[in-house]
Ligand binder design. Structure first.
Ligand SMILES: Cc1cc2nc3c(=O)[nH]c(=O)nc-3n(C[C@H](O)[C@H](O)[C@H](O)COP(=O)(O)OP(=O)(O)OC[C@H]3O[C@@H](n4cnc5c(N)ncnc54)[C@H](O)[C@@H]3O)c2cc1C
Length: 245
């Protein structure tokens, strides 16, 4: 496996860190072949089998390859992330631990998209310095109030109510390859919010490094989204060799 267990930086202070991994492409092949007592027929046949499974939506073998990630993401990203139910989650408790100065501070403010009510637009000119100043002041004040409330004896579980959703949270995320493909398809996509897209892209890279055959098959037949980087990868895939008659 090529993927590093070093944290991969995402946004200004977030990361995705691979903690553990099992199965890989071979895990998928073995799970698929167990149904008829078969064994590996060599790399080329195994890779083809993965392509066949994905193309024909035989998805359960992909559930036998599992990734465990340690993620640091702003709370508003985590809220979107946790909608993905086919995974296991454990998150830091701000009832238990005191919040630190660990907030997502966007580099650039985006405007409201005029056509898509759910989207933003980077082309819209905004007063960036004024927005940065206003936002930083608000975050600083929220953190100061939080600390003051704790000093005054308020429980952490209540004092946290004053904090904004750009606060970073941390969680463990254990996800199988089938569910990860669903996550990447939906979140490494230009329809998703830019911040979660950054995580989707970081995960796509780890997925590619750890399960190159499955990733290739996913690009060919599973991924229907919009993302310039992934679209370029898909375009660069070699043509599939068809068996000579
Ligand atoms: C661009 C974008 C915008 C979004 N906007 C909103 C929004 O405005 N409001 C909002 O609430 N959510 C929104 N979502 C979240 C979205 O509705 C999903 O909750 C989220 O993407 C998780 O997808 P999922 O259900 O496929 O994943 P998972 O929960 O991991 O489920 C994986 C798959 O399992 C199957 N499955 C899971 N649960 C069930 C079930 N109960 N019944 C049948 N099959 C099931 C489905 O095939 C599903 O695709 C948005 C998502 C995206 C990507």
């Amino acid at each position: 496996m090529n993927a590093s267990k070093e944290p991969v930086k995402v946004l200004d202070k977030g990361f995705v860190r691979l903690v553990d991994f099992m199965g890989g492409d071979q895990g998928v092949v073995d799970a698929a072949r167990v149904s008829y007592g078969g064994v590996s027929k060599g790399a080329e046949a195994d890779k083809k089998l993965i392509g066949y499974l994905l193309k024909h939506s035989h998805m359960t073998p992909f559930e036998h390859s599992v990734f465990k990630f340690h993620v640091s993401a702003p709370i508003f990203v985590a809220r979107q992330w946790f909608r993905h139910r086919f995974a296991a989650y454990n998150e830091v408790s701000f009832r238990y631990t005191e919040v630190k100065d660990y907030f997502y501070m966007p580099e650039k403010w985006r405007g409201q998209d005029k056509k898509n009510k759910q989207a933003s637009n980077t082309a819209i000119e905004l007063d960036q310095p004024a927005l940065h100043a206003m936002f930083t002041k608000q975050v600083d004040e929220a953190l100061a109030t939080y600390k003051k409330m704790i000093e005054m004896g308020v429980a952490r579980e209540m004092a946290r109510m004053v904090l904004p959703v750009n606060l970073y949270t941390e969680f463990y995320w254990t996800v199988n390859a089938r569910s990860l493909m669903n996550f990447v398809a939906l979140r490494a996509d230009t329809h998703a919010q830019l911040e979660i897209q950054a995580y989707g892209e970081a995960l796509a890279k780890q997925f590619k490094d750890l399960m190159p055959w499955t990733y290739e098959a996913f690009l060919r037949d599973g991924w229907k989204g919009e993302n310039p980087t992934i679209a370029a990868e898909k375009a660069a895939l070699p043509a599939l060799q068809t068996a000579a008659k």
